[in-house]
Design a binder for this molecule. Structure first.
Ligand code: HEC
Ligand code: HEC
Ligand code: HEC
Ligand code: HEC
Ligand code: HEC
Ligand code: HEC
Ligand code: HEC
Ligand code: HEC
Length: 431
């Protein structure tokens, strides 16, 4: 399995020599790691023993190197990046590299807010960084992390195949996705697990349905044929280029793109942020790219449903996004008018006197002022409630689609209008 050995094996003449030189030498190093760690961290060794790796003689040294040999020099152990896995799993590595997961770390770091929040939540991995650790880090990113004194979180593959079992079966469970795909702005776990699709899966787990009964999991729809390259048509932001054909919807998406800072709010021209959006693959940028993803998904649904049934379901998702965008654009324009009329002051960090979704959750700190309450409500409308409105449509969840999504958006809009009215009235009074 080691490169050197494979080369020797491939030349039949050297077969015997290869066995003589590689076999025993490796076994010796590996044995010392195992026999000491059996005492130091027995749980880890037990876990590794359950893995396919143990049976294939892929041992501690294959991933951690052999520089560390003593109880006192653990820091010499290499903590393997995805490139180490790639030595033996090139196919999965290449697929992963092209997929959306590979952008987790880069997209996190592209946000200004990331750099003023506590580091424990970022590089330390207990907050945003715990989920966005997904993605192969560049040398520059690794150096930055290292310089800040963070040594771990070098690997994405172990986010689904947890170490040291590195199991395929574990990764095939929808629970492998739960830790990250839950909560505030992407409750896919909650939506799926309480949908009919999820209910079927749980019924199978309990043996109430035949083991061959169809029950689509996250992986079934998002990693078809085991592909590690994951994309969807709308993606997270729910915006796309070219803009939708419907004129009002296109105008509403332009308003949202301005609040994302991707379009200049006054000239409508693209800003530098558009390049950042492109760089992290935030949105499908051509009609074809969008349609390819959509058609792939419909094909998947059609394994269990009539094709036109599936198509209609997804079109309803698009249509709900359109309706949600109408409400959101109205709210953005209401807040934008407060900037225009001098009732809300432009924070120094904003490029424009216009709402900026990339700065919203700020609590102050660094050179960032605290966000105003009306901005917080607007942010929540975008990030939490608009997301739920359309994500739930796609994940077939009635409760999230209505009560946690649409109903909350209408409430946000009323609140924003009310707050704006009061702010205008009291602003006049102060003057
Ligand atoms: C004589 C005992 C001993 C031997 C032999 C040994 N280790 Fe360790 N190893 C330790 C101890 C002790 C630690 C530190 C644990 C701690 O900090 O709590 C450690 C730490 C580690 C770490 C974690 C490093 C980190 O940054 O946290 C890795 C990985 C590791 N060992 C792998 C190996 C491998 C691979 C081998 C064989 C090449 C090996 N160990 C051999 C005792 C040993
Ligand atoms: C297939 C590759 C692979 C093998 C084989 C492997 N490890 Fe690891 N190990 C990893 C990865 C990946 C990490 C996480 C690295 C990070 O967080 O940066 C890790 C982390 C560790 C850590 C530090 C983190 C912790 O939870 O304590 C220790 C200690 C460790 N391994 C010990 C071992 C020992 C002992 C063996 C052999 C029984 C072994 N590893 C075999 C891939 C491997
Ligand atoms: C030295 C080669 C080698 C390295 C390095 C290696 N693997 Fe493997 N891996 C194997 C072999 C061999 C198998 C067994 C293949 C089989 O059963 O088809 C395997 C199997 C697997 C499986 C399937 C397990 C199952 O339950 O069927 C996963 C997942 C996996 N490896 C992940 C990883 C990850 C993640 C890393 C890096 C942290 C890694 N491997 C590093 C050789 C390697
Ligand atoms: C460790 C956290 C983590 C785990 C575990 C995880 N994901 Fe993700 N996932 C992310 C992050 C972060 C993103 C966004 C990446 C980015 O910033 O571009 C993402 C993006 C996605 C997307 C792309 C959506 C789009 O924009 O088109 C899909 C699909 C997806 N994940 C499916 C899954 C599935 C299925 C599983 C389980 C098999 C899973 N994820 C497990 C963190 C995770
Ligand atoms: C619980 C895990 C988790 C936490 C914590 C988390 N994210 Fe995410 N993030 C995700 C997932 C999963 C996605 C993809 C969701 C989707 O496509 O519906 C995502 C998407 C994103 C995206 C869009 C990426 C894209 O290309 O589509 C950005 C930017 C982002 N998160 C930044 C952050 C920031 C900043 C924080 C902390 C304030 C944070 N995230 C906290 C899991 C998390
Ligand atoms: C988002 C979760 C997720 C991540 C991250 C992930 N995998 Fe997987 N992996 C899976 C799933 C699910 C399967 C099972 C696919 C199937 O059903 O065939 C799998 C299967 C595998 C297999 C077994 C292939 C086979 O046909 O037996 C290997 C090897 C593997 N992954 C390696 C990797 C490597 C290397 C990485 C990092 C570059 C990685 N995986 C990252 C979810 C993930
Ligand atoms: C029955 C198929 C199906 C299942 C099962 C499924 N999804 Fe989805 N998922 C979709 C569809 C359809 C979309 C929207 C695609 C589009 O944009 O056209 C989507 C979109 C997504 C997105 C992008 C943002 C969004 O929500 O619209 C992420 C991330 C995601 N799914 C993750 C998951 C996770 C994690 C699970 C399991 C907990 C899961 N999905 C289960 C079909 C499914
Ligand atoms: C692996 C099989 C499978 C796949 C793939 C699948 N479904 Fe389903 N779906 C089912 C089953 C089984 C049910 C429950 C019986 C029924 O209502 O038809 C169901 C139910 C539904 C329902 C009705 C839910 C309710 O509350 O009554 C909708 C809508 C739906 N699926 C849409 C989709 C869409 C859209 C896709 C693709 C993104 C999809 N399904 C993919 C198996 C599947």
């Amino acid at each position: 399995m080691r490169k050197g050995c494979i080369m020797l094996f491939s030349a039949a003449v050297f077969l015997a020599v290869g066995l003589l030189f590689c076999g025993p030498a490796l076994a010796g190093e590996a044995d010392s790691c195992i026999s000491c760690h059996e005492k130091v961290s027995p749980g880890q060794v037990a876990d590794w023993r359950t893995s396919k790796h143990a049976g294939e003689d892929v041992t501690c040294v294959d991933c951690h190197g052999d520089k560390h040999q003593k109880a006192t020099d653990g820091d010499l152990a290499q903590l393997p990046s995805e490139h180490v896995c790639a030595e033996c799993h090139e196919e999965q590595f290449n697929q992963f590299s092209k997929g959306k997961h590979n952008f987790g770390w880069t997209s996190l770091n592209a946000l200004p807010i990331t750099h003023v929040e506590p580091d424990e939540l970022m590089e330390g991995g207990r907050g945003c960084g715990g989920c966005h650790n997904m993605g192969i880090k560049s040398e520059a990113q690794k150096k930055e992390q290292h310089d800040k004194g963070y040594r771990y979180q070098n690997n994405s593959c172990d986010e689904c195949h947890t170490r040291h079992s590195f199991s395929k079966k574990e990764a095939q469970s929808p629970r492998a996705c739960q830790q990250c795909h839950m909560g505030y702005d992407h409750p896919q776990w909650e939506m799926w697990s309480s949908s009919k699709h999820g209910e079927r899966w749980f019924a199978k787990q309990e043996g109430r349905l035949d083991k061959n009964a169809p029950a689509p999991t996250c992986q079934y729809c998002h990693m078809p044929n085991g592909s590690h390259n994951n994309h969807t048509a709308w993606g997270f932001l729910g915006v796309r280029l070219p803009l939708p054909k419907d004129k009002q919807w296109a105008a509403d998406q332009v308003t949202i793109l301005k609040a994302l800072g991707v379009l200049d709010p006054f000239t409508g021209k693209p800003t530098a942020r558009l390049d950042a959006v492109k760089a992290v693959d935030l949105a499908r940028l051509t009609q074809k790219a969008w349609e390819d993803e959509r058609e792939k998904m419909i094909k998947t649904c059609a394994n269990c449903h009539a094709e036109q049934y599936a198509r209609r379901q997804l079109e309803m998702g698009d249509s709900m996004l359109q309706k949600a965008d109408r409400l959101l654009a109205d709210a953005i324009e209401t807040v934008a008018a407060l900037y225009k009329d001098g009732i809300l002051k432009k924070p120094d960090t904003y490029a424009y006197a216009y709402p900026d979704f990339l700065y919203f959750l700020r609590t102050g700190g660094g050179n960032l002022e605290q966000a105003s309450y009306i901005e917080q409500v607007l942010f929540q409308m975008y990030m939490k409630h608009r997301m739920r409105t359309y994500q739930a449509q796609f994940h077939v969840n009635p409760d999230y689609a209505y009560w946690y999504g649409w109903a909350m958006m209408t409430k946000d809009l009323v609140e924003i209008k009310d707050l704006a009215k009061t702010m205008r009235a009291t602003h006049g009074a102060v003057k």
